[in-house]
Design a protein around this ligand. Structure first.
Ligand SMILES: Nc1nc2c(ncn2[C@@H]2O[C@H](COP(=O)(O)OP(=O)(O)OP(=O)(O)O)[C@@H](O)[C@H]2O)c(=O)[nH]1
Ligand SMILES: [Zn+2]
Length: 339
């Protein structure tokens, strides 16, 4: 609790956003001002730049409105993917500015810390249903440490992970797929000399965030599934005048429905905010046993956590040893060196 209090008071100094899902909000008694904004129109944030938010009214990519934050929202972080309520001029005509009066509770949050020692979590994307972890099979070689960290971010943030393995013309996906089989993460394999039907199917009608290291072919993918993506990114990143390249997330509409949220600035996932128990919670067969562990168990077993109860689950035959090994690999990635 102490940690939470400290964090709350320090939010103000952050430039990126904090990151909390606020599950309590839906059941909280309605505040007095809510009825006053009964006419607010729903919209999704598609880009953020320096105190201005670009929003798609009714999630319609053809109804883009620029908005400011109503004073009553204080400094609540508002990021791409947030569902908001807008009042005022929502025409979207040049030089008009709507007012954002509400941020809906989030269904998921993709968050990270800047590095592993940074105690402050930052929100990257809100409400994405899935995270496409874009990894090339060669050139550059897959970085499983990064991949594992992305999985942890999914499990603790409420997103469905999907492995997106690119450059299959250069190397076989099988070894990588084998090493993730126990985690049961769905995968899409792509190569630039074949069509992208499987990828389109995976993305259709969903809100998908994309992460990947430089050079893995993420831009190639985005341009394939979103015609004119380069142009669109240029446009939204021009929200704050004078800025030509966007490093924050940008939501781009898919022609068949759904959105992809590119995260150009995100090359790493510090996970200082994640506890071992949060990771274990994503593994139903181990979650209950973890309650039998000594306090502050890191669940790594061996010399690190000799009394960890997770080994008993495997010994009893209720889970496979390889599942526990995969879980522990994720736990190690949480504390391991940044990759
Ligand atoms: N062989 C092969 N090369 C590919 C494939 N997809 C992309 N590339 C190449 O990989 C390089 C990097 O692709 P980009 O799409 O720019 O990669 P990125 O991940 O967006 O990288 P940044 O722009 O640095 O963020 C380019 O030279 C692409 O032509 C593929 O399926 N096979
Ligand atoms: Zn344990």
């Amino acid at each position: 609790m102490a940690r939470r209090d400290r964090r709350q008071s320090d939010w103000r100094s952050l430039d990126e956003s904090d990151v909390r899902i606020r599950p309590g909000r839906g059941s909280r008694p309605r505040s007095k001002r809510r009825p006053a904004h009964a006419d607010a129109v729903p919209a999704m944030v598609v880009a953020v730049d320096r105190g201005r938010w670009r929003c798609a009214v009714n999630s319609d990519p053809d109804r883009i409105v620029t908005a400011m934050r109503a004073r009553e929202l204080g400094r609540t972080p508002i990021v791409v993917g947030d569902r908001v309520g807008l009042v005022g001029d929502v025409s979207g005509k040049p030089d008009t500015l709507a007012r954002m009066v509400r941020v809906e509770p989030r269904t998921s949050v993709l968050r990270r810390t800047a590095d592993d020692t940074d105690p402050y979590e930052r929100m990257v994307v809100a409400n994405a249903e899935q995270l496409l972890i874009v990894t090339s099979l060669a050139d550059p070689e897959p970085r499983t440490g990064f991949l594992d960290r992305c999985l942890v971010a999914c499990y603790t943030g409420g997103l469905d992970p999907v492995l997106c393995l690119t450059k299959a013309d250069l190397a076989s996906p099988d070894p990588l797929l084998d090493s993730y089989a126990d985690l049961r993460v769905p995968a899409v394999v792509t190569r630039h000399d074949e069509d992208s039907t499987a990828l389109r199917e995976t993305l259709r009608d969903r809100v998908s965030a994309l992460v990947g290291h430089s050079g893995v072919g993420k831009s190639t993918l985005v341009n394939r599934v979103v015609p004119g993506a380069d142009l669109a990114i240029g446009e939204v990143s021009a929200v704050g005048k004078g800025r030509h390249t966007s490093v924050s997330a940008v939501a781009l509409p898919l022609p068949d429905g759904g959105w992809v949220i590119d995260t150009p600035g995100v090359r790493s996932f510090g996970l200082a905010h994640v506890t071992p128990d949060e990771v274990v919670a994503a593994f139903p067969e181990f979650a209950e046993a973890a309650e039998e562990c000594p306090p502050h168990c890191g669940h790594l077993g061996g010399d690190e956590d000799p009394d960890c109860a997770l080994d008993d689950v495997v010994a009893s035959g209720a889970a496979r040893a390889s599942r526990l090994a995969s879980l522990r690999r994720l736990l190690i990635s949480r504390t391991g060196a940044e990759v």
